[in-house]
Unconditional design. Sequence first.
Length: 145
Amino acid sequence: MTAGGLLMAYALFGALTEPGLKLGGVALFLGGVLAVHDGIFLPLVIASGALLTRAHRLVRAALIVSLAVTVVALPFVLGYGRSPDNPSALPLAYGRGLLTVLIVIWTVTLTAIALLRRLPHGSRKWGPGRSSEDRKKTDHPSEAH
């Protein structure tokens, strides 16, 4: 938290001492970021968590990561800021890049779930259905009472 606070203070100092800075534009941008986060992203994460309470925890995590990646990549995929007279602005195939990242996220997630399911139930160090008392008994048998 200290490092984050120091970075924010540095950014604020830099913003306030920048000679050509238009504070109205910065305020508008930050307001838009806040509105998108609190008005779109956060409700989607909460709703997906509420709807998927029975889903595997790794599936829920992959959904949240996929949503975050998609929200960040969507303006690039849709081509906002692309100009016909400047071919170097947004020159890449961002849709293909987003698809690649989503495939990697889900491949890793499904592979991890498959590997976890192959482990014998008693050998799991963590996982669903294991209380802290179960972990104490199986992780440190000599300490069990």
